[in-house]
Write a protein that binds this ligand. Structure first.
Ligand code: PEP
Ligand code: MN
Length: 359
């Protein structure tokens, strides 16, 4: 249920609605857009973290809310995800990332610009990271990716450098002014990773790690939520809802390919998810064509297709020597390939009325 307020409602009226909701065991989530102010209504969180009125809201409460001052109407949100829905928040959400290398000092994800996030799959060494950062920054990337905590399908695979990797990312940030995106895998690491990262990444394998989603929801750190490899779009939006409902509005979705019967690609890039998300949700969406295809010769094509389909940015793996990468070398672009992609990205972005953030 959402409470739509009259256009020029004042803070007292908003407070009135909030108090009414609290008094009735419900919680209100305020969204003040340019066009309208709405309050999303959720069941209150009980002592054990459970929602007390998950099943629905009493019609008497709906009537009473409609009678409060400055309430225009009360709308039942038909979708299971509420705060993530466009019904709740008609305008696009823009997530702001502090990024020293751009003149404004902030990158906006979800506006008319396209944002390139690039870097190695995994932080392997200072030289590997700094060489990659310098090269991708030179071509216009503004956000540096690199995993320090790596989910690995095999327990014998490289699991990342841990905090030492985060320290290298911080060094790259200081040297090149790029903001940092890196994965966090467990609730207990959230606080530490937040000290280094500008954007937290939730990997595909953790999309339904609800304790992790809750913990990140209690911060205000921007977060890229990857689509679970077997998740429907609705399940993905419900995972986003976990984060939003804890109070963190800075959620960016990331399509990274799903499992299908196809074997010629590592995953199947669901490009159609991009316009679907844009239609049903206000959250920004980026695309990861590296995990999405598994082959570096497919990454440029899927990058361009994603932007043409409406993605707000890309997350691309780049390595100075992919054949020697400890992880995901087959899908990592060489520095030269990355250089070749950027002018194409610019051309496609312009063709669909977008700019590319680079400085
Ligand atoms: C990655 O970005 O390197 C990664 C592990 O992504 P995903 O969780 O999408 O597999
Ligand atoms: Mn990877």
């Amino acid at each position: 249920m959402i409470v739509v307020m009259q256009q020029h409602c004042n803070d007292v009226a908003i407070e009135h609605v909030m108090t009414y909701l609290n008094d009735h065991g419900l919680s209100g989530h305020l969204s003040q857009g340019i066009e309208r102010t709405v309050i999303g209504v959720l069941g209150a969180v009980g002592p054990s973290g459970t929602r007390t009125t998950a099943g629905g809201i009493n019609p008497e409460i709906q009537d009473a809310l409609e009678g409060l001052p400055c309430v225009e109407q009360v709308v039942i949100v038909s979708k299971p995800y509420k705060l993530a829905s466009r019904e709740f928040h008609p305008e696009n959400t823009i997530v702001n990332i502090p990024t020293p290398c751009v003149s404004e000092g902030t990158v906006h994800i979800g506006d008319t610009s396209v944002v390139m996030m690039a870097g190695p799959c995994t932080v392997e060494s200072e030289k590997q990271l700094l060489t990659t950062a310098e090269a991708v920054r030179k071509e216009g990337a503004v956000i540096l990716r690199g995993g320090a905590f790596k989910p690995s399908t095999s327990p014998y695979g490289f699991r990342g450098m841990g905090e030492a990797g985060l320290k290298l990312l911080a060094k790259a940030r200081r040297e090149f002014g790029m903001s940092i995106i890196t994965e966090v895998m467990t609730p207990t690491d959230v606080e530490m990773v937040c000290e280094y990262a500008d954007i937290l990444q939730i990997g595909t394998r953790n999309m339904q790690n609800y304790m992790l989603l809750d913990e990140i929801g209690r911060t205000d750190k921007p977060v890229v939520l990857k689509r679970g490899m077997s998740a429907t779009i609705e399940e993905w939006l419900l995972a986003a809802e976990y984060i939003l409902s804890q109070g963190n509005p800075n959620v960016i979705l990331c399509e990274r390919g799903i499992r299908t019967f196809e074997k010629m690609t590592r995953n199947t890039m669901d490009i159609s998810a991009i316009p679907v998300i844009k239609r049903v949700s206000h959250l920004p969406i980026i695309s990861d064509p590296s995990q999405g295809t598994g082959h570096r010769h497919l990454v440029s094509a899927m990058s361009l297709a994603s932007i043409a389909a409406g993605a707000d940015g890309l997350l691309v793996e780049v390595h100075p020597n992919p054949d020697e990468a400890l992880k995901d070398g087959a899908q990592s672009l060489t520095l030269d390939q990355f250089k070749g992609l950027m002018p194409q990205l610019l051309a496609v972005s312009h063709a669909v009325g977008r700019t590319v953030v680079s400085d």
